[in-house]
Design a protein. Structure first.
Length: 275
């Protein structure tokens, strides 16, 4: 029995609908999945329903952008109560920030000769949590670049001319928010950010786990983070970070973690609730 605890739908920058995601999970014989859309839980209700029909366990979650000492980090909140008022308010705020940022990025693009309107990006994204992947897709669609990678490499990456900063909450605030909404806070793909220098501070702030297994982690990284998790008594999670068809072949199914990790995560959540 296996699980995938890092997945996106078209409620953020994935391309699968919740129903398509559940169907893919079924096809790959996953026992449990978590939906970790960026800064939104709007896809959770439909994914939960589709998973119920397919007899798959569903874990409501989200991936929050945060920062620690100037380093961008992604924090996964698992078992979040999507009805928690503080969480709902914060997610709405993040979504507004994302929308304003799209306006800013497209303004920058127009100054660079790329005549892309924010409205075209919003229409293509068709969600409340748009991001740079939607800008990149709109640029491909309108013929300004040949691929998503080209859009990122020439315009959208940090340091490139159309990049615009995004408001982020501190990692401490993000962990508090996740706990306040009944969830567990897990550091996403630590191997992809300069996360090691922040881990001690995150643990002092109450971090619950590390995403040791991730499609972009090397074997060395996975082993390194498993060791760190063991050393600090942190939970271990993992997932494919599948964004659907955005880069051709979907990643779901390419990384499956033993289902046991979901049970350990549940036990940890139950222990938190009691204290
Ligand atoms: P944003 O949320 O607007 O900061 O955009 C970040 C997202 O862009 C990440 O979650 C990645 O999935 C995606 N991303 C980063 N680099 C690339 C790339 N070269 N091609 C496609 N997507 C990317
Ligand atoms: Zn994404
Ligand atoms: Fe991420
Ligand atoms: Fe992700």
């Amino acid at each position: 029995m296996t699980a995938d605890l890092h997945l996106h739908t078209n409620f953020s920058d994935g391309t699968f609908t919740p129903e398509e995601l559940a169907a893919e999970a079924k096809r790959h014989e996953l026992r449990a999945i978590a939906l970790t859309d960026h800064d939104t839980m709007e896809g959770c209700a439909r994914t939960a329903a589709a998973c119920r029909d397919a007899d798959i366990q569903f874990v409501p979650a989200a991936e929050l952008t945060a920062e620690q000492d100037g380093i961008e980090l992604h924090l996964l909140g698992y078992f979040l109560d999507s009805e928690n008022e503080t969480l709902k308010e914060q997610l709405t705020k993040f979504q507004e920030v994302r929308q304003t940022r799209i306006v800013e990025i497209t303004e920058r693009l127009r100054n660079l000769g790329v005549q892309l309107e924010a409205e075209s990006v919003f229409r293509l994204a068709n969600c409340r949590a748009p991001g740079r992947p939607h800008v990149a897709r709109a640029m491909v669609k309108e013929g300004y670049v040949g691929s998503l990678d080209e859009a990122f490499d020439r315009f959208l990456k940090k340091g490139k001319p159309a990049w615009a900063p995004k408001y982020k909450m501190s990692a401490v605030e993000a962990i508090e928010l996740i706990h306040h909404a009944g969830g567990l806070a897990v550091l996403a793909h630590p191997g992809l950010s300069r996360a090691d220098e922040t881990i001690d501070a995150l643990i002092r702030s109450g971090l619950d786990g590390l995403e040791c297994f991730h499609t972009k982690h090397s074997t060395y990284m996975t082993e390194h983070y498993l060791e760190l998790a063991e050393q600090h008594g942190l939970a271990v999670t993992g997932g494919s970070d599948c964004h659907g068809m955005s880069k051709g072949k979907p990643l779901i199914g390419s990384l499956k973690i033993p289902y046991q990790y979901v049970e350990w995560l549940e036990q940890r959540r139950d222990a938190r609730v009691k204290t």
